[in-house]
Structures are given as C-alpha cells and as structure tokens.
Write a protein that binds this ligand. Structure first.
Ligand SMILES: Nc1ncnc2c1ncn2[C@@H]1O[C@H](COP(=O)(O)OP(=O)(O)OP(=O)(O)O)[C@@H](O)[C@H]1O
Ligand SMILES: [Mg+2]
Length: 312
C-alpha cells in the first residue's frame, strides 16, 4: 500500500510555561483522495492540532512528535505550507491581508510561490466564477473589509485552490457565516472533493455535517483522540461513550423533544486534567477506581476502528 499523504505520530502540544499538556498523543493518517473529519466540542484541541501541522501554533506552546508527508519525515512543518498543505480558516480574514486589495494579494501570492501573475489571475477569476461570484472584477478591486463574510470565504477558498495543495485543511470554514451562505460554502467544498479529488481534513463540531461530507471521522475530546473509524461505523455503531452522547445529542426530526439527550457539563480545561480518562467526569459508564486513576490505551477493533475506552 502507498504511504499515507499525511501521518501524525504521537503529536503532543505542551504549554511552555506550565509544562501542561494541552493536546496529547495524537496519531492519525490521511490518505490520498480521502476526506477526514475531526469532530469534538469547543476546546477539544482541534484547531491547535491543525495549526501544529502547519507549524503555526502560538509561541507560548511547543509541539512534540513526528509528522510524515508522502512518507518523508518533516523536520520543519513550515516547509509544507502552500503547495503541499493549505488551510481554510473559520475566519476568512485570517488568511487575508486587511490593507491590500484582493488583486494585490494575488500578485503577492504568485510572486512568493513563483507562479506566473497573469495566468494566476485568470485562474483566480475562473475559480470565483465557479463559486457563483458574478462579478470577479469588482471583488479583485475590493479591500477585504468591503466584502461580505460569504464572499470573503469564497475568496479565501479560491486562494487556497490557486496553490493546488495536495491536502486542504478546513477548520470550521462555515461557523462564522449565516445559514444560507453556510450551505453554499459546504456545496463548494463538496465540489472540491468530487471534482478535484483532493485530500481534505474537515474540522467541525457538527457531526451531521461530517456525515454528509467525510469518509472517516476522528473524535477528539479534551486534547485527545477518543475514537477513529469510518463515517458509517462512527455514526451507526459508535464505540466510545462520548461519541454515543455526541450522536444522541443531535436533535432528530423524527423524535419528540423529551427524548433528546443533551450533553451535560463541559470539556475540562487542560489545567484541570488529572491522571485518568479525560472523559471521566462526564461519562455515564465510568467506573470509579478505574477510569479516574488510569488512562485507557487506544485499542483497535474490527475494520480499522480505534477507540480509547476500557469498556468499548
Ligand atoms: N495560546 C494558547 N495558550 C494556552 N492555551 C491555549 C492556547 N490556545 C488554545 N489553548 C487551549 O487549548 C485548548 C484547545 O483549543 P483549540 O482552539 O484547539 O480547541 P478547538 O477544538 O479548536 O475548539 P473550537 O471548537 O472552539 O474551535 C483549549 O483549552 C484552549 O483554551
Ligand atoms: Mg477551533
């Protein structure tokens, strides 16, 4: 079998000052033409994990572990940025320079990536048109603050596609947008998946959105991976109690309100995490004397389904 496109091996992210671990022992692979979803509540470490892949975590933090791209060990993740891996952020302004018109940003990108300017510009206009932007010339002449959120996210996606990266990381790319625009952006990402055949990591806290979009799901909680499996296995036969609760907390059209289960409590802050399982204080099946004292190992179940729970 080919080596995976991206492989993370025991990535941890540590707070330099306190030496506390924020993200612990993250290992997963992304294969070519695969869309992997990362789901989990706010504060579970999804964004930090993604930022560490590109070597852009805040200075106060340190990442340790190993990363491989196309089978090669990566010493400096910054080497991957651009043509190998490119990121779509929750806030499209993160990727844009506020004081430059879009056309000038294209100029910069083409220079720094040694791409020919006029063909890059043509390609960019085509991308905008493919995303149903009627008047690309107007967009080109605008500063970022003159464009709507949905328009900016399309521009940010087009900038990513210009670079033709092998892997796209999309970190909650629709959270800051209103519902109709969200749907349009999801449509664009689906199209990238089917027509461009790209590998994508799609981060979301919406498990039903992941169901629509991704081939495999990684469930994170409090900085750790709880479960990894095919989308179908995770949704139809989840093994981890956290995943089960996440799925049960989705309001179903066919269920009566009193049958809904809502997740109680919150994700613990990394400073509060003790020795046991990170999900211990919210877990409906936790065993005192076991789950609060020792951490479960990750076990491999049937069909490449991984889970970190004593009772799976
Ligand atoms: N610069 C930092 N210094 C210290 N702690 C941080 C820093 N950045 C993030 N954290 C902490 O790391 C944890 C994970 O944060 P992260 O942003 O990766 O979560 P997330 O899963 O992306 O959440 P969300 O769904 O809200 O985007 C949180 O507890 C957060 O408080
Ligand atoms: Mg995040």
């Amino acid at each position: 079998m080919n080596s995976p496109l991206l492989k993370l091996s025991n990535l941890s992210i540590v707070h330099k000052e306190t030496n506390k671990t924020i993200v612990r022992d993250i290992s997963f692979e992304v294969h070519e033409n695969e869309v992997v979803g990362i789901i989990g509540e706010s504060g579970s470490g999804k964004s930090l994990t993604m930022l560490s892949i590109l070597g852009i975590i805040p200075d106060s933090l340190k990442a340790v572990g190993e990363m491989y791209f196309e089978g090669q060990k990566i010493e400096d993740p910054r080497d991957l940025r651009g043509k190998k891996i490119s990121m779509i952020f929750q806030d499209p302004l993160t990727a844009l320079n506020p004081v430059l018109k879009i056309i000038d940003q294209i100029n910069l990108i083409s220079k720094s990536n040694k791409m020919e300017y006029s063909s890059t510009l043509d390609e960019f206009k085509k991308l905008l048109i493919s995303m149903k932007i009627q008047n690309p010339e107007r967009v080109l002449k605008s500063f970022p603050h003159q464009l709507s959120g949905g328009m900016l996210q399309r521009v940010a996606i087009a900038l990513v596609l210009l670079l033709k990266p092998k892997l796209i990381i999309a970190d909650e790319p629709t959270t800051s947008l209103d519902v109709t625009v969200q749907k349009e952006i999801i449509g664009i990402i689906k199209k990238i998946k089917t027509t461009e055949g790209k590998s994508i990591i799609f981060v979301t806290h919406d498990i039903m959105l992941a169901k629509e979009l991704v081939d495999r799901i990684i469930v994170m909680y409090a900085g750790e991976i709880m479960e990894i499996g095919s989308t179908n296995n995770i949704i139809e036969s989840p093994l981890h109690p956290y995943t089960k609760l996440l799925i049960d907390s989705v309001p179903r059209v066919d269920s009566k309100p009193e049958r809904l289960t809502f997740l109680q409590g919150r994700v613990p802050h990394f400073s509060e995490i003790a020795n046991g399982c990170v999900f211990f204080n919210r877990c409906p099946i936790a065993e005192i004397g076991r789950c609060d004292i020792s951490k479960p190992n990750t076990q491999r179940k049937y069909d490449n389904h991984l889970v970190k729970c004593f009772f799976a």
